[in-house]
Ligand binder design. Structure first.
Ligand code: GLU
Length: 368
């Protein structure tokens, strides 16, 4: 496989096949492909809509209510039903799924960002398939992402996915709406660093009534994800084996090349954290280990300065007080004062809990 960590966004219309009911055969296709990807050591995360549709199906509503609380109610009814289907169908292929519900607020807050990132990483490391949706019941206007296209781009950034697949009911992005314009052509490759204005315009008029997103939110998602180092493809969800073929690099649909590497993007995220809220001093051995790509362990920390929280960006200073790295800390300053100089294995005994062996995981560290 060309890609090793894939986020796939399945919208309501992909899961219902354009009807008003969730279509189990769609989930079977998804599960089959997930199993194939797993056997080739490619991890997969699904960002799945369909909660509102499943709730509506359960209540037998013919019309989709317009007001937000009722939609949130339908989502609360539908989400467990949707997950039960995923659990059952993926289980047939020996796969275990896990539900992850997020809002924009979770990803904007650094501590919650780190928590979500750690949980998703743990799920992937244990060979599980996270099924992500927006936490609709608590997601009011101010804190919600609002559509799962953009949510999937945020998730791709969160876990450093190398491929984001946005499934839709068209072959990809067209130069015009193919239903209205016979000269419309499929765009196969977007390589410009900024998505051309003509494509934004072309995407404007194609949203369908069923899901929340249309082409425009897919384009927003593509724009966001490629800036965090992820390759993005918009492709037809009913194309046979679309995911496994894309993961092998087959040229289906519309491809958006990433505009930065994911390391570059993570560096920017960490450095964009603003002024560091504190610092840790490390010994010579730890400084050397960091330069060789290791994580920062408590045993190499000699002291912690300033007051900071878990998830904050802090400076890493060497023995003579020069900043050698910056990163997101797993422990707050009070905890660090207790565990510095100790082996990671002692963390739990000292604090009564542990957030892992590392003070700063190497994935959350930028060498300066
Ligand atoms: N969270 C919504 C649902 O599960 C869908 C949002 C969207 O389709 O973009 O029904």
């Amino acid at each position: 496989m060309t890609f090793h960590r894939l986020v796939v966004k399945c919208g309501t219309s992909t899961l219902t096949g354009g009807t008003t009911r969730i279509a189990p055969p769609r989930l079977v296709e998804l599960a089959q492909q997930a199993a194939q990807l797993h056997s080739a050591a490619t991890e997969m995360i699904v960002v799945s809509s369909g909660a509102v549709a499943a709730g509506r199906e359960r209540l037998g509503l013919t019309q989709l209510p317009k007001d937000l609380p009722v939609k949130q109610m339908l989502s609360a009814i539908g989400q467990p039903r949707l997950m039960a289907l995923y659990e059952q169908i993926f289980g047939l292929y020996g796969l275990t799924i896990a539900q992850v519900l997020l809002t924009r607020a979770d990803l904007a807050d650094r501590r919650r960002y780190l928590n979500s990132r750690n949980t998703l990483t743990a799920l992937l490391e244990h060979g599980l398939i996270p099924i992500v949706n927006e936490n609709d019941t608590v997601a009011t206007e101010e804190i919600r992402v609002g559509d799962n296209d953009n949510l999937s781009a945020l998730v791709a950034n969160l876990i450093d996915a190398d491929l984001l697949v946005l499934l839709t009911d068209q072959a990809g992005l067209y130069t015009a709406d193919p239903a209205l314009d016979p000269t419309a052509q499929l765009v196969t490759d977007v390589i410009e660093p900024d998505i051309p204005a003509a494509l934004w315009q072309a995407a404007g008029g194609t949203s369908n009534g069923l899901g929340t997103g249309g082409m425009i939110t897919k384009l927003q998602a593509a724009d966001l994800a490629r800036r965090s180092g992820t390759t993005v493809v918009i492709a037809n969800g009913s194309e046979p084996n679309v995911l496994t073929r894309l993961a092998c690099g087959e040229r289906l649909g519309t491809w958006f090349r990433p505009v930065v590497t994911s390391i570059e993007s993570r560096k920017r995220y960490i450095l964009a954290g603003g002024r560091a809220s504190g610092s840790v001093s490390v010994d010579e051995g730890a400084a050397r280990a960091l330069r060789h790509g290791s994580s920062l362990l408590p045993v190499g920390v000699t002291s912690a300065e300033g007051s900071f929280e878990r998830g904050d960006t802090i400076q890493v200073l060497n023995a003579v007080g020069r900043e050698i790295a910056r990163g997101m800390t797993n422990y707050n300053s009070t905890d660090l004062a207790h565990i510095c100089g100790h082996q990671s294995i002692e963390i739990e005994t000292i604090l009564g809990y542990t957030y892992g062996d590392e003070v700063i995981h190497r994935n959350n560290l930028v060498l300066l």
